[in-house]
Design a protein around this ligand. Structure first.
Ligand code: NI
Length: 391
């Protein structure tokens, strides 16, 4: 493919302006109403008129393929921002106080629109559904898009994230674990309070909590296969109010991260088992409450092969780079991959000489050139997965 990646000068101006406008006007999860209207208008103005509102503040645009019988492919761009005060000093910095596109979803939204422009001009075999998904940051948007039925019958789904660990022009499109599950837990240990001077009259939840915190650290070190990454973090501890009162309860809250369905089940199962067992040794009872977050992203072989082929087609073999260290963050794209094959990619977004600054921080920004690369790669993913020879 040519150096312009298939974009006209007009496309480039449109996508750059769109991205800057979204960046200037970030909206939090489930509040993306201006964003929704803006994206809807841009698609309509570009001649993409089959656009439906889904999942409250989201959109699904259908770009017609060449063959009505060919499989339908979905491309997803998330659109929400974070409660962070921007400190990038960018000319198009946020004008919405305390809200910032600090995860690059402004770029992801522009990717989806850019891919739609390319596919309208040079269609895939089948129709492509371009999904502009709200509420990724709270892990809820993908589930609502799926619940709407908008993606029923789709053969494969592709999405991507900007990543400043990788230079512009580098892309990760590989099989296997890419992002972690994000479950959280609360454990309340119930005992019996007493005077601090008379521990023999208490069933002390504070000592039980202390032992449980340490016991939980053995789940990753002793129970999880050492070749698999995993995290059990106790992030908050609450018990007691006075120096001479043994309290009735102690509460631990935290997060569990895993990169496969099996290791996720193991970590959660062991956490529950240990909470009850350690509580028992201290004559306490444990209430364990798990709040399910996103599943891990494990790219299937077939989806990763389509994505890697798309990267080769657009950028050449040398653009493909390995993920290296597994990302223990979460991403709600995982819900789509539970239902259909596909691939989640990481698109390099570090400008030459730039620092590998992390997302979710006030100075995060993806290099603007990543805009065109991501859009072209996603469009090509749809073409690769829809082609009759890829069956
Ligand atoms: Ni993100």
């Amino acid at each position: 493919m040519s150096a312009d990646l298939g974009f006209t000068v007009g496309d480039r101006r449109l996508l750059t302006e769109l991205r800057r406008d979204l960046h200037r006007h970030p909206e939090l999860s489930w509040h993306e109403t201006r964003t929704q209207e803006r994206l809807e208008r841009v698609l309509h103005d570009a001649g993409i008129t089959d656009v439906r509102r889904v999942a409250r503040t989201g959109l699904v645009a259908r770009v017609r393929g060449r063959d009505p019988g060919a499989p339908v492919i979905a491309l997803r761009g998330d659109i929400d921002a974070l409660p962070i005060t921007e400190a990038t000093g960018l000319e198009f910095a946020s004008t919405n106080d305390g809200v910032m596109h600090a995860c690059g979803h402004d770029v992801h939204a522009a990717w989806a629109v850019g891919a739609a422009l390319l596919l309208a001009r040079s269609p895939a075999a089948g129709d492509v559904l371009v999904v502009l998904q709200p509420a990724e940051e709270v892990g809820e948007g993908a589930r609502e898009v799926l619940a709407s039925g908008a993606l029923d019958g789709v053969r494969a789904v592709f999405g991507a994230h900007v990543d400043r660990r990788f230079a512009v022009g580098e892309v990760v499109a590989q099989e296997g674990p890419l992002a972690a599950s994000t479950d959280t837990f609360s454990i309340v240990l119930h005992g019996e309070g007493a005077h601090g001077a008379r521990p023999q009259e208490a069933r002390d939840p504070v000592v039980g909590a202390a032992e449980l915190i340490l016991a939980l650290q053995t789940i990753v070190s002793r129970r999880l296969d050492p070749s698999l990454p995993g995290v059990v973090t106790v992030a908050a501890v609450h018990a007691g109010r006075a120096a001479n009162v043994i309290p009735e309860t102690a509460e631990l809250t935290g997060t569990v991260r895993a990169t496969t369905a099996a290791s996720r089940a193991l970590l959660i199962g062991e956490l529950e088992r240990m909470a009850h067992a350690v509580a028992g040794t201290h004559r306490l009872t444990a209430d364990v409450h798990i709040t399910e977050g996103t599943p891990p992203i494990v790219n299937p072989r077939e989806g990763a092969a389509w994505a890697a082929q798309a990267v080769r087609d657009v950028l050449g073999e040398r653009a493909l780079v390995p993920l290296g260290t597994t990302n223990m963050g979460g991403e709600d794209f995982a819900f789509y991959l539970e239902k259909m094959p596909g691939c989640f990619l990481r698109i390099g977004a570090r400008e030459p000489g730039g620092e590998p600054r992390a997302a979710h921080t006030p100075r995060f920004y993806p290099a603007e050139d990543a805009l065109f690369i991501g859009a072209a790669v996603l469009a090509q993913c749809a073409r690769a997965a829809a082609s009759p020879s890829s069956g």
